[in-house]
Design a protein around this ligand. Structure first.
Ligand code: SF4
Length: 276
């Protein structure tokens, strides 16, 4: 995490909102590895109130999918940081996201059975979110009822899961929806991805403007530039493809499914692990 960058941005955005009478709150998606107490205190107090932290199963499963850049374990440190958050008095929301595939399904179940009580029980600030892994055939989730099985397990333990659960099965290059009730309640019913909204932009560190937070390296996602004087240059042709996409739930599928770049492309390759 670029801690000073995150702090600078949230302080700037919060002050700007206050000047104009707008309520500000920030969200952060992080692997949680460097979210220590000092960092958490700092960014929460500056307005970042919503967190998403990914744990890919129990220690064994997680460390296979999400090792440190030197190949070492990251699980204990991330869990320690989440438990530190739990001890805080702050009112925040933290989604614990578990990416699920055939290869880590048992590890995810084990995590739910053995680890989540200490974090989530009687603490409505924490919610569990299951997500199928997609983009690499070796990380596919083949049993469509497995996400529902996990949600039922979470319910039976008195814990909370998010309603939205699951994307499209992209591994088969088709648009077959993962069939679980949470998906039907969430994405299939009326979900509109922020990438389809005209007022939603991702600002990359170099000022590049994008729409989708997954296809970060796909040129179809580069729709403009934020200049240092605050003006925006937009490529209206590219932008219109996202906004008028036929698939509002995931406009990227309508645009460039075959080119889809996913963050898991290096997962499980220990000679080329995900950098933290
Ligand atoms: S366009 Fe599709 S892949 Fe990109 S953020 Fe939206 S739902 Fe996810």
């Amino acid at each position: 995490m670029n801690k000073s960058g995150v702090l600078d941005l949230t302080i700037w955005a919060k002050e700007l909102c206050e000047e104009h009478g707008v309520k500000y709150h920030g969200n952060i998606t992080t692997n949680g590895y460097t979210l220590d107490k000092k960092t958490f205190d700092n960014i929460f107090q500056k307005g970042i109130t919503n967190y998403q932290i990914t744990i890919d199963g129990n220690k064994d499963s997680h460390d296979k999918l999400r090792p440190a850049i030197n190949g070492k374990s990251t699980f204990d440190k991330i869990i320690g940081n989440i438990k530190m958050m739990k001890k805080s008095p702050y009112h925040f929301e933290c989604i614990i996201r578990l990416n699920v595939s055939d290869s880590n399904f048992e590890g995810v179940k084990s995590f739910i059975k053995n680890e989540t009580y200490a974090i989530c029980l009687n603490d409505s600030r924490f919610k569990i979110h299951f997500h199928p892994i997609w983009g690499r055939p070796e990380l596919i989730l083949t049993q469509k009822n497995q996400l529902e099985e996990l949600n039922v397990m979470v319910d039976s333990f008195g814990l909370t899961h998010t309603e939205e659960s699951g994307l499209t099965d992209l591994n088969n290059n088709n648009k077959e929806k993962i069939d679980n009730s949470a998906t039907k309640k969430g994405r299939e019913a009326d979900y509109v991805c922020y990438a389809s909204k005209a007022n939603s932009f991702i600002i990359r560190a170099d000022g590049t403007l994008q729409k989708c937070t997954v296809a970060l390296k796909d040129d179809i996602n580069n729709i403009g530039k934020l200049n240092s004087d605050g003006t925006m240059e937009l490529d209206s042709d590219k932008l219109s493809k996202w906004i008028f996409s036929k698939d509002k739930g995931c406009p990227l599928q309508a645009l460039a499914l075959e080119k889809l770049a996913v963050p898991y492309k290096d997962a499980g390759k220990f000679d080329n692990p995900i950098s933290l």
